[in-house]
Design a protein around this ligand. Structure first.
Ligand SMILES: C[S@@+](CC[C@H](N)C(=O)[O-])C[C@H]1O[C@@H](n2cnc3c(N)ncnc32)[C@H](O)[C@@H]1O
Length: 261
């Protein structure tokens, strides 16, 4: 495999400060809004990064969530998740439990139907695999991950996630972050990390173009979700229009879902 920056500490750290930007705050609230966590539920946060979504789930459930597993391939993310655990979990090892793992290899360590919800922020598109014969990147791991997410969800579970649109313009997110958040606490640090994120963004777009990462039009994404066993899929644009926020329910789940613009 080619180098994967997501495993590195410096890449992980560059994304921790994203939370200061307006487009990211909107993305976070859109995703947690779709998740709508309830008391005593078990949730999995895939590609948790600094744990913003997990923190959002905890707050949205008013601290009544039962279990919160935070999985990421960058070991460095254990630190912010540990800090959240100290802040909120107060010794409850099931809350803000960090798992160092690579979802390109599936979710084998979790039993069928275990979670009430899976949440993921701008992460699942990085499930990567190569054709063993041609050596070319393909979407086998991405499709397998969607199936595994369906497998670990209970029949009444929810999958709420964000994913970048095709050819995302990362500079638009930076521009809107600076434009709307002039009262930010550490602007120089934010700018330095934002520039690093632009560089990682160029790498991500290059790799997406060669089929390694998966920034898909919404109809293709919906088709893959349906193939994986999801029936009700709704979406909206967020993150300065550079990401879809999606909610997908297992095909067996009953209930009408509203269409969002
Ligand atoms: C753009 S960041 C988003 C972080 C966080 N979800 C958020 O919303 O702030 C993408 C995250 O996906 C993680 N990631 C990428 N590839 C992964 C993989 N194969 N397995 C597990 N995590 C992965 C990265 O380490 C990173 O934390």
């Amino acid at each position: 495999m080619d180098e994967n920056h997501w495993f590195s500490e410096s890449c992980a750290q560059a994304f921790w400060d994203q939370k200061e930007g307006g487009p990211y705050k909107r993305l976070l609230s859109d995703t947690v809004g779709y998740a709508a966590p309830r008391a005593n539920e078990r949730w999995l946060d895939l590609g948790c990064g600094g744990g913003q979504l997990s923190d959002g789930l905890w707050h949205a459930s008013k601290g009544t969530i039962q279990e919160l597993v935070c999985l990421d391939c960058a070991a460095a993310n254990a630190k912010p998740i540990g800090a959240l655990s100290e802040k909120h979990a107060k010794g409850n090892s099931k809350l803000f439990h960090f798992v160092h793992g690579d979802f390109s290899h599936g979710l084998d360590s979790f039993p069928d139907g275990y979670f009430d919800g899976v949440i993921s922020g701008l992460s699942i598109s990085y499930a990567e695999s190569k054709d063993p014969v041609t050596g070319k990147y393909n979407d086998v791991a991405f499709r397998a991950l969607l199936k595994d997410i369906r497998r670990v969800l209970s029949p009444t579970g929810r999958f709420a996630f964000s994913i970048n649109v095709p050819n995302p313009k990362f500079w638009r997110i930076l521009f809107q972050s600076l434009n709307r958040d002039l009262k930010i606490r550490k602007p120089l640090k934010l700018i330095s990390n934002a520039l690093k994120m632009q560089a990682y963004g160029r790498w991500l777009c290059r790799e997406a173009k060669r089929g390694r990462f998966h920034y898909l039009p919404i109809d293709q994404l919906t088709a893959r979700l349906q193939d994986a066993g999801f029936g009700n899929v709704e979406h909206k644009l967020s993150y300065a229009n550079q990401a879809f926020v999606v909610r997908a329910l297992p095909a067996t789940a009953k209930g009408e879902l509203r269409r969002s613009a």
